[in-house]
Design a protein around this ligand. Structure first.
Ligand code: PMP
Length: 334
């Protein structure tokens, strides 16, 4: 209620105050340090969630051929492609939908559209538990990636991307702020007819302060960036995340009750999907786990089964508790 003695909380201060200016500038600098963001990229703090980026990306990047390549690895990619098709030509290069998105399709680069305005991927597929481990080489076509459910969980070479974005609510902070990191040459390409607030250039020119930003969510994001720095940065988070994922996938693979449907090479570090193969038993597992304090283990409403979302904030001991419970459940139900 009295931020650094200024007599106000962050919730009530003006976004034009010197206190808030310091908060947003520090948040941006800490994110730049954590992700090693080159100076030639702008960091934008926007609203509208990951979903608004499904529209802002085509609205801002379609400018020459008005064509984009999309790889469909789940329902978020599908939604993004559907939105882009309202504004230009969407070329679906590959989809793993026929196998319930249990793998990341590998596409021969010869099939990539050389004249596309951009190439779009969903880096981590929150619902299906897959992730890219090899970034497509799109040569001169800017690569755009949805990092919503993996940002700051593992190291990324941003120079391989033209634009990346992520809603805050998984690894960063409360919902309300969406981070966009965009290479400067991709700003200012939009038609002047697009809504002002959807133009990256407006936000870039105004340091994300064209209108009132989600101040409190940005403040909270800044605190998380500091916390990640204190943990040792993204490489340290990645080590912990790999340890957590290895523990959980190891338990699933060694179990005769649980099974992970996802191709081994494409398994997500953040969202671990598993099933027993029996819907009734899955429901029993989720209910009993809840009684043990292991909550939120139901799979997405569209796929069922189980999903353990083990974002940065989940400690190794949380995953160990889940593994212990899975082993107990297996002994009692096999
Ligand atoms: N992309 C991915 C990968 C997601 O997981 C989500 C939400 N879970 C979204 C986009 C949509 O984000 P939002 O709800 O912030 O619009």
């Amino acid at each position: 209620v009295n931020y650094q003695g200024c007599g106000m909380s962050v919730m009530e201060m003006s976004h034009r105050s010197k206190e808030f200016k310091a908060i947003i500038e520090k948040a941006e600098q800490d994110l730049r340090d954590l992700m090693d963001i080159p100076d030639s990229y702008k960091v934008l703090f926007l609203q509208g969630g990951g979903s608004l980026q499904f529209s802002m990306i085509p609205l801002n990047l379609f400018h020459k051929s008005k064509k984009a390549d999309y790889i469909i690895t789940g329902s978020w990619a599908k939604k993004a492609a559907k939105e882009a098709a309202k504004f230009g030509k969407v070329n679906i290069l590959a989809s793993s939908e026929e196998d319930v998105f249990t793998y990341i399709p590998k596409v021969n680069p010869e099939k990539f559209s050389k004249d596309a305005d951009y190439f779009y991927i969903t880096y981590n597929n929150t619902i299906y538990g897959t992730r890219y481990t090899e970034i497509p080489d799109t040569a001169n076509v800017p690569l755009v990636a949805d990092l919503s459910s993996m940002i700051l969980s593992e190291e990324l070479d941003l120079t391989k991307f033209g634009l990346v974005f992520a809603g805050a609510q998984k690894n960063i902070g409360p919902a309300g702020v969406t981070i966009v990191i965009v290479r400067e040459d991709l700003i200012g390409l939009a038609s002047p007819r697009i809504p002002t607030l959807l133009d990256y250039q407006i936000h870039a020119k105004n340091g994300s302060l064209y209108n009132t930003p989600p101040c409190y969510a940005i403040y909270m994001a800044g605190l998380t960036f500091q916390w990640i720095k204190e943990q040792g940065g993204v490489s340290a988070m990645q080590k912990i995340n790999e340890e957590k994922a290895a523990l959980l996938y190891g338990a699933i693979d060694n179990s005769s009750l649980f099974h992970c449907p996802v191709a081994e090479k494409d398994r997500s570090l953040m969202n671990v999907v598993f099933v027993t193969g029996d819907e009734v038993l899955d429901k029993k597992f989720i209910a009993q786990a809840k009684e043990e304090g292991l909550i939120n283990l139901g799979g997405h409403r569209t796929v069922g089964g189980m999903r353990a979302s083990i974002y940065n904030a989940m400690p190794v001991k949380g995953v160990q508790a889940l593994v212990n419970f899975m082993q107990k459940f297996e002994r009692e139900n096999i």
